[in-house]
Design a protein around this ligand. Structure first.
Ligand SMILES: CC(C)(COP(=O)(O)OP(=O)(O)OC[C@H]1O[C@@H](n2cnc3c(N)ncnc32)[C@H](O)[C@@H]1OP(=O)(O)O)[C@@H](O)C(=O)NCCC(=O)NCCS
Length: 174
């Protein structure tokens, strides 16, 4: 597998800021053109920030400064990504990351599946892998901020909106 050999020394190693790198085959399906598609989940931080921003752009999210995206990746506790592997190439098709205090709490951010790959169970797979990785680190409180149209998606994964009436609160600069 070519792309796995790109970062051979990094696999399984620990990161100073978060969870070490892992990868596994999580989904296989036959595309409309008859091609067999293989999807890998990875916790690598070696993600092309331009490819990530193109993915976010594909779902209509606002552009972000590349310098800040790079920093956010570097300082996230967990970076999870889904890759379509095609021969010698791989394509970023899904992404999520989590920030954490490394002990009790983690918050998920930037959960996204490329529109061409939505509705195939990949969002669910990505979220379950993220939860699995966080639970492996004994994180017990996993939170996120859901856009109104995806509340059901997260509820099906076991997330509760406003548990015991608790409200997420935001402060924005004027
Ligand atoms: C939300 C998102 C990550 C879901 O990914 P996906 O791969 O399309 O979802 P899946 O195919 O794994 O769907 C899993 C389940 O959630 C449901 N689901 C998917 N998208 C949903 C949505 N927007 N609202 C409600 N339910 C949804 C599916 O019907 C499916 O249900 P089932 O298991 O009963 O069949 C994806 O649509 C996306 O990237 N959207 C744009 C970015 C976004 O809004 N991110 C969330 C920001 S908070």
């Amino acid at each position: 597998m070519f792309w796995k050999s790109l970062f051979p020394g990094a696999l399984g190693s620990d990161s100073p800021t978060g969870i070490g790198e892992r990868e596994l085959l999580v989904n296989e399906f036959i595309a409309a053109n008859g091609e067999r598609v293989q999807i890998y989940f990875s916790t690598t931080r070696e993600i092309d920030v331009y490819a990530l921003e193109a993915l976010c752009d594909a779902v209509g999210w606002a552009k972000r400064p590349i310098r800040k995206v790079r920093k956010a990746l570097e300082f996230s506790f967990l970076v999870g990504s889904l890759w379509q592997e095609r021969g010698q190439n791989r394509r970023l098709v899904g992404f999520a990351r989590a920030t954490s205090d490394h002990a009790f709490n983690a918050t998920l951010w930037d959960v996204v599946i490329h529109p061409e790959f939505q509705g195939k169970g990949l969002g669910k797979t990505l979220m379950r892998q993220m939860i699995r990785e966080l639970r492996r680190e004994e994180i017990s409180n996993i939170t996120l901020f859901a856009d109104p149209h995806v509340v059901t998606f997260y509820e099906e994964l076991g997330f509760h909106p406003d548990p015991e009436g608790i409200k997420g609160m935001f402060w924005y600069p004027n």
